[in-house]
Design a protein around this ligand. Sequence first.
Ligand code: 6R9
Length: 608
Amino acid sequence: MADREAFWAEQAERLTWDTKWSRVLDWSGAPFAKWFVGGKLNVAYNCVDRHVEAGHGDQVAIHWVGEPGDTRDITYAQLKDDVSRAANALLSLGVKAHDRVAIQLQMIPEAIVAMLACARIGALHSVVFGGFSPAALRSRVDDAAAKIVITSDGQFRRGKAAPMKANVDQALEGAESVEKVIVVRRTGEDVPMNPERDVWWHDLVDAQSPEHTPEAFDSEHPLFILYTSGTTGRPKGILHTSGGYLTQVAYTHHVVFDHKPGRDVYWCTADIGWVTGHSYIVYGPLANRVTQVVYEGTPNTPHEGRHWEIIQNYKVSIYYTAPTLIRTFMKWGDDIPAKYDLSSLRVLGSVGEPINPEAWIWYREHIGAGKAPVVDTWWQTETGAIMISPLPGVTATKPGSAQTPLPGISAIVVDDTGKEVPHGGGGYLVLDKPWPSMLRGIWGDDERFKETYWSRFADQGYYFAGDGAKYDDDGDIWLLGRVDDVMNVSGHRISTTEVESALVSHPAVAEAAVVGASDPTTGQGIVAFVILRGEAAVQELRDHVAKEIGPIAKPRQIMVVPELPKTRSGKIMRRLLRDVAENRQIGDVTTLADSSVMDLISAKLAEA
Ligand code: 6R9
């Protein structure tokens, strides 16, 4: 433990601290950790100002590419002015340290500026993915009692403008905590503005002074809340704090991608609505003085070579994306990337779900010219930063395996009783030692935090990740997917319960059961089984789910059935439904309360 702490103390020196910590780790209140106790720093200063002070003000921080083809280059000096203005703007609205600011924005520079402005004044941001429905936004705004919401008039999606502000208006009807809504103009469409509540970003922010002195906050000062799906319907607000989080995202961004400031051009294709956008677009890269591409749009607008064209134009050297997108590129054809000069690429990253060996090999061959190392990075919203990954040029990589915990990190595979399994064995992935960027809790729900992550292996004090894993004969780790009721659709976590609740909220649905069925492109696809009590077309039910949660949660398939398979204690046997969804022979039905149910379902589906 002493060595581990010394290691992290050394990594924390990457940051600029206002007051140095007196103790690396206080784990006496486990599972609530305190890292770099007594230290003080400003996260935004570390990501922006200090680079300007060190003489890199003219270095481009962000090469932004808009979907319609408009571009902006933002230097660190400009970013400092922008973040300072936005911080002054929030202060002028009465935002104080510890207040919560909800942000629903697409991938435009203002999204990053807004996040850093919050960090600069010690307010917590809660970024809500732009594709989430008004209902999903509202539940997050209410849960965190957000005082401010930042959004845009609309967003470009596949060449068309789609409304954002209109959704936010719908979401916030009667929302008590919200005092102001700040609206960035992007698509230029007409939006109704509520004069008491709404203010344009360009009116408010542009008028502010670019001078703002950052205040140093405690190392454990809360930085942000990010909601993620759990096994129950209610999303969890994952809480991250400052010093430990920034230390680990900066360290991992440096070692996993072998990033060299001033030399590399980095591109992480995630959206800031997910943790990958927080840790590997905003905090880690900017703390490391990155020059990075930020792209607003979809990968096939206006054509399927868009990513390769951007890599060629900006000479991107590090590219970090998700297996679902790699499989989509494979489907579009090898000839598309072949048309572009991708020779600048030297490191390729993958995140979000297990990468199948075929996709790994295609990625390395067709994008990495057969030589760029592929780093398969395992981590979670809760871990805050990468935990398991090969190191480029150090680890001999294996297609499909995340391989080994990073230096400073410990992760093991254990059996049901918490005993580590031997090489060749499989079980559950656990984190057996605290790490700096670990979540500090679930917003407003300490009990749920303990119950969800720390009760499964309470005797050993292990963090239960919810993923199945195995060791190969060399002791390398292979991730095997979730072991709970969380689906992984295109790298997005969606709980089966969340989709089930959305379905039963439709008046025609009596009961619903949802499973993740393996899907060649998206990893898993959502398949729903519903019992109807009224008339409803399947398409209407799919749209209903999109309206309740967001288009990403739309079931791929909905099957109307007469009964659902349940155990005697009333638990739905998803395993059997997964057999149906994946066209397999149906497994053991002996624990069903009524074993004829599966015959009924099969007969009904055969009819259709
Ligand atoms: C960063 C992120 C976390 C869940 C995680 C696991 C899956 C992520 C993976 C991976 C295998 C990888 N996951 N990366 N599985 N190999 N390299 O994705 O966070 O959205 O919270 O999802 O994603 O199942 O538990 P988050």
